[in-house]
Ligand binder design. Structure first.
Ligand SMILES: [Zn+2]
Ligand SMILES: [Zn+2]
Length: 354
């Protein structure tokens, strides 16, 4: 004998419609929340690294760097020019010396004594050219030394500039941390009231006729929590997120364990009550649903396996599951209000009319 599902058809459809209502409610609330979040100034101007560099010093260094670079360009060109002059002077001296040597050889061959003053004159000319050549070489060396100094200064300036940038790191990090925290706190200030209201609704309004609407609000606040708040949680190196997760699981665990204990306690107390009292606490719908699942409506334990429902009483708590009609003696679910065989009123006083 199979217990029938007692839910009335419209009630079942109402249930589905109520769920749709909850989701639609949540969807609109989420949309509204998103619009509000968009208009609330959640974060100030983006933080720029450059803002934390000492601007005065940085500008000073940049001006020096620019001047130094210009100096280097000038020095490089000067060296180029001087090198060209040095080459010219060297070539002139070389060719003059070659000419002089050739002249000397011819003079030795002819042995003309009268040419002595000419030797002196030519030697003096050659010396002058040599001096010019050496001056040109010295100028190149001096200019190269200047360039080296400028290049060293350039390196120093670069180092100072990077030291200045490096000094900005700590205050920049601190500002980023402060901004992250501020953003999170603003979001928390918006989300926390929603969560508190939801918690109150869950704890106090579950039996309310408006529960489907409240359920929509709870979905909305959960969405707000996971989408608008959790991603903005400051990480502090990943510690905080893990700790928040642990705390949330802890709270959930505490409530679930407390609920389980309360349930077991209630069941134990119920089992010590009389059959009539126990019957009063069970609604018609719940009873029929549990009976069709072979579950004792009083102690919630299985009273039979498969289709075998031959026991009249629960083997765990002694609750009456099946009884016989007082008019026709047909065996039937003890919760049925009317006898399925003869249609007469059943003797068991069922507590609540659906
Ligand atoms: Zn039982
Ligand atoms: Zn009957």
């Amino acid at each position: 004998m199979k217990a029938l599902n007692s839910t009335r058809r419209p009630a079942f459809l109402f249930g589905i419609v109520m769920w749709i209502l909850s989701f639609v409610m949540a969807a609109f609330l989420i949309q509204l929340g998103a619009s509000i979040i968009k208009d609330v100034p959640l974060s100030s101007d983006p933080i720029v690294y450059e803002d934390f560099i000492d601007t005065e010093k940085s500008a000073d260094l940049r001006a020096k760097t620019d001047a130094n670079r210009a100096g280097i360009v000038v020095a490089q060109r000067t060296i180029e020019d001087l090198k060209a002059k040095r080459t010219t002077a060297r070539n002139e001296y070389q060719s003059a010396r070659t000419a002089f040597n050739n002249w000397l050889k011819t003079r030795t061959a002819t042995e003309a004594e009268s040419q002595n003053p000419e030797v002196i004159k030519r030697t003096q000319q050659l010396d002058a050219l040599n001096t010019l050549q050496r001056d040109a070489a010295r100028k190149v060396e001096a200019a190269s030394a200047d360039l080296t100094t400028l290049e060293r200064t350039s390196r120093d300036l670069r180092n100072q500039q990077s030291a200045l940038r490096l000094a900005a790191q700590a205050p920049y990090d601190a500002a980023i941390r402060a901004q992250t925290l501020k953003t999170f706190l603003i979001r928390l200030a918006i989300t926390l009231p929603l969560l508190l209201v939801s918690a109150w609704l869950i704890l106090k309004q579950r039996q309310s006729a408006y529960w489907p609407l409240f359920r929509g609000f709870i979905f909305f606040s959960l969405f707000a929590f996971f989408v608008e708040l959790v991603p903005y949680l400051p990480s502090y190196g990943g510690y905080l997120r893990s700790i928040v997760g642990i705390v949330l699981v802890g709270i959930a665990g505490k409530y679930i364990i407390a609920a389980m204990r309360r349930y077991l306690e209630n069941k134990k107390q119920e089992e010590s009550k009389t059959e009539t009292e126990r019957r009063k606490t069970i609604t018609y719908e719940t009873a029929l649903k549990k009976m069709s699942a072979n579950q004792c409506p009083s102690c919630d334990r299985k009273f039979a396996t498969g289709k075998d429902q031959s026991n009249d009483f629960c083997v765990h708590c002694g609750f009456c599951l099946f009884d016989n009609c007082t008019s026709c003696d047909a065996r039937d679910n003890s919760f049925h209000k009317f006898c399925g065989s003869c249609g007469s009123d059943k003797k068991h006083p069922t507590p609540e009319a659906a």
